[in-house]
Ligand binder design. Sequence first.
Ligand code: NAP
Ligand code: G3P
Length: 486
Amino acid sequence: MFNELCCEDKTYRNLVGGKWMDSKTNKFIEIHSPIDGSLVGKVPSMSREEVDEVIKNSKEAQKTWRDVPVNKRAEILYKAADILDERAEEIGAVMALEIAKDIKSAVSEVTRTADYIRFTADAAKAMEGEAIPGDSFPGFKRSKISYVNRVPLGVVLAISPFNYPVNLSASKVAPAVVGGNSVLLKPPTQGSISALFLAQVFKAAGLPDGVLNTVTGKGSEIGDYIVKHTDIDFINFTGSTSVGYHISEITAMKPQLLELGGKDAAIVLEDADLEHAADNIVSGAFSYSGQRCTAVKRILVVDSVADKLVELLKDRIVKLKSGDPREEGTVIVPLIDNKAADFVMELVEDALSKGAKRVIGEKRKDNFVEAMLFDNVTLDMRIAWEEPFGPILPVIRIKNIDEAIDIANRSEYGLQSSVFTKDIDKAFYIADKLEVGTVQVNNKTERGPDHFPFLGVKSSGMGTQGIRYSIEAMTRPKAVVLNLNK
Ligand code: NAP
Ligand code: G3P
């Protein structure tokens, strides 16, 4: 099994038309572990000609796949989920090495993906069409009836980010294929080996040749060519806001779903359970070193309880285990690369130079950054507005609810927010006013459970993920109108 997609010198292959295809250009990208720089493997840097060949294969395969009954498609997904569960430890270990995700989170990403795939199969079987009689509209008779069901869009381009290379690939692939589409998966370069293992699982589960094909290569080199390709019918992208904007600009009129960056605020009111809030904020801000789109990335706390909250946060942060993600219990792990750490430290220096108070954490070595908390953060500081994608957390003190809402909404992002309060009326008042996709009441910001709608507004995205929503996004209604005689 392992040898299919790789060989002795750790050179990986892409899945094309049901076969593991060697690079035709002999151009490769070396993937090194963020943990220790060791070589994880080499993946092909595919050329435009290779991309053309792969997309042609995807387009051809979809013509047959679209006619496979949904119960047969579902059977393959159930099998893929079972294989993922069986290989969770193995694939989790690859992921821990490739993206420095702590081993517990890496393995749970794989098992969560298995659950996601099963639920997708269930949801697809439950999705029915409708029959709409004409006479409910003035001037028409009952003899005119519209039969509506959902049909696939064609070839879906799935582009996933480094921080969830298995889950955020499968959360595109599974709903797309169960909807009758074929998928071209362009995984993150740092994460592509983990994603190739996912592709292997779908192949082993019996997904017909060409229904899932992979294309590895740097997005900055081959990305524009792929997204603009005439035979790509839908783009399902998860990644940074800057790349999302870029894709959207160069692909006018191409249907797409964009899940982008975030700057999720945790709003803490004076009546909040501060212990509970501190637990949730620390977990939400620092798991996987804050490299989650839904990480808590700023705290807006009423001044009267700010000192207490900062103390409680500090007590928790100091206990977070840092180090090698392959060791059980590690939370603060090496960031994905030095460039990411440089950006995080830029925000830190800017905040300190403008008067932020460092509460805890200061060390940075190469791509490792300690968990850091800053108090008295003001709105002239970059850390108040920019997405660090790293383990640094700003505390902004506010006077009242309306100031919290104002500051929260001034962000360019609108993914999620948390509100910590015992007053349900205040919670709903704030939730109603926040310009975000989701408001968590008395909980950290997070995407799961995965059947919930998950969406960003403003610079956080366009369209809605979440199992049923994803199937709907990658299919469309098809109406057949019967005009009977009587
Ligand atoms: P990224 O740099 O935007 O890359 C995301 C994906 O896009 C990668 O596969 C990348 O390929 C590819 N790509 C880059 N340039 C491209 C282009 N011109 N055309 C087509 N594809 C291109 O993001 P990341 O660093 O992997 O992930 C972190 C970001 O994603 C953060 O901003 C985070 O907030 C966001 N994110 C959002 C969600 C959400 O659900 N809202 C979830 C996870 C992450 P390469 O890897 O080869 O560059
Ligand atoms: O950043 C990835 C996004 O999908 C967040 O998922 O479950 O960590 O909130 P989660």
